[in-house]
Design a protein around this ligand. Structure first.
Ligand code: 7TS
Length: 407
């Protein structure tokens, strides 16, 4: 395996100096940094190929279409989709969930129906369901979390019933770091005849994900959290489910025929891709997927697990520091914590003065914070390019924060 030092050279931004210190970028759950291969793929596209896709007979348009559709194929293989027709490009994971909520939800939900989500969801997997349940009269229910921050699986029998039409849950929490048993949850949903949607915004970037092994109906993720650019996300949908759904947005590219008295839709996946897509970004995501595949997602997971285990050990030695979420094998590369009663924004600001980037706030998961009776946490989140030395710097800086505020 290539050394971390060699890998870090692929990420120009990691050489930056911030406030007089070398950057320690520990905010990867918010967005990851981008390797040269991704920057070059997008630069090359704009320098040499730029044209609109699916509509030209000229050489550039044909090349742009081949690169865009080629990326779709590689992204599909990355998550082991059965067909590239099951890969729909959206703006981000949020839009992918909204696509399902509006296209599937408006046509399939009504009074008496239930949508089940969990207490540990990102707002992206809560608010669309609140909106659709209000519109359709369906009921939104939540699987609670326990004192450690794990899902109350013991309550699933009560919560998943013949009234449940869809179970939408996060595979890896962006706050608790909890890794949920996604395949088991999908099977439980199917056992009562419900569809299953997996929010994989945190899992696809950090561990091997196989949609056929999961057997899920929908799975969503964002390019920018997995070394790719912003502006593109992915909805994987089981072909049969997507075929039955109405389009989400109307416009060019998603139609086969338009007449003044009506239109016919394009086939999958284009039925769900109205208007000119984020062509360069999709090509950039294709390069990101190649980059991650070369590293190996099993290795990425192991590397992060080693980093976070070391971080948990070091951070818990800081007086007054409390990490939330489950421990051990069930933890992804995320550590959200409180430090005595010091405001997380103060912690993040002091760390920033040392060149260490972390996030502070509710991380778009307020129900989790309500559960623990806290308004906010500070969060360090790791990726494969982080080092043990950066963890040491984080722990030392937190010791300093603790001593500054204890006077
Ligand atoms: N789902 C999960 C589990 C997430 O962590 C995020 C983003 C999203 C959905 C939404 O992704 P988007 O690309 O559509 O915005 N999470 C975070 C975070 O933890 N800090 O900033 C964004």
């Amino acid at each position: 395996m290539t050394s971390i030092e060699t890998i870090r050279k692929d990420f120009p931004i990691l050489q930056r100096v911030v406030n007089g210190h070398q950057l320690a970028y520990l905010d990867n759950a918010a967005t990851s940094q981008k390797p040269l291969a991704v920057l070059q793929a997008m630069d090359d596209y704009y320098r040499n190929t730029n044209a609109n896709v699916h509509r030209g007979v000229h050489t550039l348009s044909e090349e742009a279409t081949a690169q865009y559709e080629g990326a779709r194929g590689r992204i599909g293989r990355f998550i082991n989709a059965g067909s590239s027709k099951e890969i729909i490009f959206t703006r981000n994971a949020t839009e992918a969930i909204n696509l399902v909520a509006y296209s599937w939800g408006l046509d399939n939900l009504g009074p008496g129906d239930e949508v089940l989500i969990t207490e540990m969801e990102h707002h992206a997997n809560i608010v669309p369901w609140q909106l659709i349940c209000q519109r359709t009269g369906a009921t939104l229910r939540y699987v609670p979390i326990d004192a450690q921050g794990s899902l109350r699986l013991d309550l699933l029998d009560e919560l998943l019933t013949e009234r449940t039409r869809l179970f939408a849950f996060v595979a890896m929490s962006n706050v608790l770091g909890a890794i949920n048993p996604a395949a088991e949850l999908v099977a439980r949903a199917h056992a009562v005849g419900a569809l299953a949607l997996v929010d994989a915004a945190q899992s696809v970037p950090h561990m091997p994900v196989d949609v056929q092994a999961l057997d899920c109906d929908f799975l969503v993720f964002s390019s920018h959290k997995m070394c790719g650019p912003t502006g593109v996300g992915v909805l994987y949908g089981r072909r049969a489910a997507l075929e039955e759904m109405s389009p989400f947005m109307g416009g060019g590219d998603m139609i086969r025929e338009v007449h003044m008295d009506g239109s016919r839709w394009n086939s999958l996946p284009w039925k769900f891709e109205a208007g000119t897509p984020a062509i360069a970004e999709v090509i950039g995501l294709g390069a990101a997927v190649d980059y991650l595949s070369n590293l190996g997602m099993g290795w990425v997971r192991e590397q992060e697990h080693a980093l976070v285990s070391y971080a948990v050990e070091k951070l818990t030695q800081v007086e007054g520091l409390r990490i939330i979420g489950p421990s051990g094998e069930q933890r992804s590369g995320v550590a959200a914590f409180t430090l005595a009663d010091i405001h997380p924004h103060d912690i993040a600001a002091i760390l920033d003065s040392e060149g260490i980037a972390i996030r502070a706030g509710h991380h778009c998961a307020q129900p989790i914070h309500d559960h623990f009776g806290i308004a906010a946490t500070a969060r360090a989140s790791f990726y494969f390019y982080n080092t043990f030395e950066e963890v040491d710097r984080l722990a030392a800086a937190l010791e300093k924060v603790q001593s500054v505020f204890s006077f």
